[in-house]
Design a protein around this ligand. Structure first.
Ligand code: AHR
Length: 501
């Protein structure tokens, strides 16, 4: 196919929000234990954190990190995970049928975030606990000193408050799999009361109320409306969660997953604004897309049902350790482009998750840490996107998909800063190279700083322990910029980033 793209630096959507590049660490499988925390590992620092993982997280460029769950949070007592380690209890985690040793908790995790340079986004358990434990956690985390819980934090070694800005009011409360899941009515009420109480302590907190766990949930739409009717005044964000996978060998539909994400965002924005209008409120509720990724959930469920050891209570079992292909990375790159395009209303997002569990970074105990294919589009976009997101006009052929209807073969987004710009592109064509021309005259760019592509003759190629660098991005030599026109060839099933000066 051939496609033509017009970029106009005046067609600004919104500033690039650094929080778009957030990620997620849950006490799940080997994300924390035997992932980012492994005291016996050769690269571990004095706190037991693997510095090879820290280096990769920095390279990934993840901004916020949502913690400690996920489904885990709905059975979590935060008090278990602070104070002297030898006194911390072992608990059963019902969400993931695992044992939780509580050797990493808020204070340790906050220390880890200092190493990675990321912002903490904390989830409270309002599924199986009430308002008071949430307020206690807030006092422990954020109050400077001179109260029972802030002094306990100081005594535990965290002298400075953690000053957490973003708080999630529970997790996926619409999901029947959630410990203590609720109807929209029940959740809306408890979320409103918890949020109001937390804001009595600190008006400047940014609170995220749970939206739907996916656009396919039977309650999608109604859930958002009902919940926001209860808490509109008290919260700042509503969450969206979405996971995609190739189903029934239908790669064409899978490559167009961004269309579902876009539909999801549109619908939630419309619903939130509808409630806002009904309330005659000037306030806008933004979206925290705080779980998104590729997840081969169907395959995991089948494997788990057949695995006897999955019925035992185990510490840090190998759960949800998806190995990602080139096609998966192209979809991840495209989903991130979609989040950027919706930066006007999606002002926070979290790739779920960060280490070992549906993650861009994998580790082996005592062994190496490496980058999955999906690592690259995320890290490169996080590094290159800056300034403002601009809306491209894309003339492209389309194709028919079973799941998402008509889809563009080529998708793109661009960002523009004072002295540089970046264009991100995907070619969804399964067999043909796309010939692209991009009118960049309005950007005033004269030079290509970098042009990289992720593609492979085998779209299912993956990076594994044995072949950690099987798939890496390569310089795209076809990119040329002359007379204000950028030309580039995009291989079939590929993701590309071009930085301009
Ligand atoms: O990210 C894995 C799980 O997916 C999370 O725990 C949950 O919130 C979602 O269902």
């Amino acid at each position: 196919p051939t496609a033509h793209i017009e970029l106009d630096r005046r067609a600004v959507i919104a500033p690039v929000n650094r929080r778009t590049f957030g990620s997620f660490v849950e006490h799940l499988g080997r994300c924390v234990y035997d992932g980012l925390y492994e005291p016996g590992h050769p690269s571990a620092n004095e706190d037991g954190f693997r510095m090879d993982v820290v280096e990769l997280v920095r390279e990934l460029g993840s901004s916020t990190v949502r913690y400690p769950g996920g489904n885990f949070v709905s059975g979590f007592r935060w008090e278990d995970s602070v104070g002297p380690r030898e006194q911390r209890p072992v608990r059963r985690d019902l969400a993931w049928h695992s044992l939780e040793p509580n050797q990493v908790g808020l204070d340790e995790f906050a220390k880890w975030l200092k190493l990675t340079g990321s912002e903490l986004m904390l989830a409270v358990n309002i599924a199986t606990r009430g308002i008071l434990p949430a307020l206690d956690l807030l006092e422990y985390a954020n109050h400077p000193s001179g109260t029972a819980l802030s002094d306990a934090r100081v005594a535990n070694g965290s002298v400075e408050p953690h000053n957490v800005r973003m708080w999630c009011l529970g997790n996926e409360m619409d999901g029947p799999w959630q410990t203590g899941f609720m109807t929209a009515e029940d959740y809306g009420k408890i979320a409103a009361r918890t949020a109001a109480a937390m804001k009595m302590a600190d008006k400047s907190l940014e609170l995220v109320v749970c939206g739907s766990s996916g656009s396919g949930m039977p309650t999608f739409g109604d859930w958002e409306r009902t919940v926001l009717e209860h808490c509109y005044e008290h919260v700042d964000y509503i969450s969206c969660h979405a996971y995609y996978q190739e189903l029934d060998g239908d790669l064409g539909s899978f490559l167009a997953s961004a269309l579902d994400m876009d539909f999801f965002i549109d619908t939630v924005v419309a619903t939130a604004d509808h409630v806002g209008y009904k309330k005659r409120s000037d306030k806008k509720i933004n979206i925290s897309f705080d779980e998104w990724n590729i997840w081969y959930v169907k395959e995991h469920m089948e494997a788990e049902a057949a695995d006897q050891s999955a019925k035992e209570w185990r510490y840090a079992p190998r759960l949800l350790e998806d190995k990602y292909s080139v096609a998966d990375a192209v979809v991840v790159g495209n989903l991130l482009m979609t989040l950027l395009k919706r930066s006007d209303r999606v002002t926070s997002a979290s790739l779920a998750q960060l280490v070992n569990v549906i993650a861009p970074i994998m580790t082996e105990p005592g062994g190496p840490a490496w980058r999955q294919t999906t690592f690259y589009p995320f890290s490169i976009t996080s590094r290159l996107a800056s300034g403002e997101v601009i809306r491209p006009v894309i003339q492209t052929p389309t194709y028919q998909t079973t799941r998402h209807g008509e889809a563009a073969l080529v998708d793109a987004v661009a960002t523009v800063d004072e002295d540089r710009a970046a264009v991100f592109l995907v070619n969804r064509d399964l067999t043909e190279t796309a010939q692209i021309t991009i009118d960049v005259r309005s950007l005033g760019s004269t030079r290509i700083l970098e042009a990289v592509t992720l593609a492979d003759a085998d779209v299912y190629a993956k990076n594994t322990l044995e072949q950690q660098d099987r798939v890496t991005p390569f310089a795209n030599a076809s990119a040329v910029l002359a007379d204000g026109v950028l030309r580039v060839e995009l291989p079939p099933v590929s993701w590309t980033a071009i930085a301009l000066h």
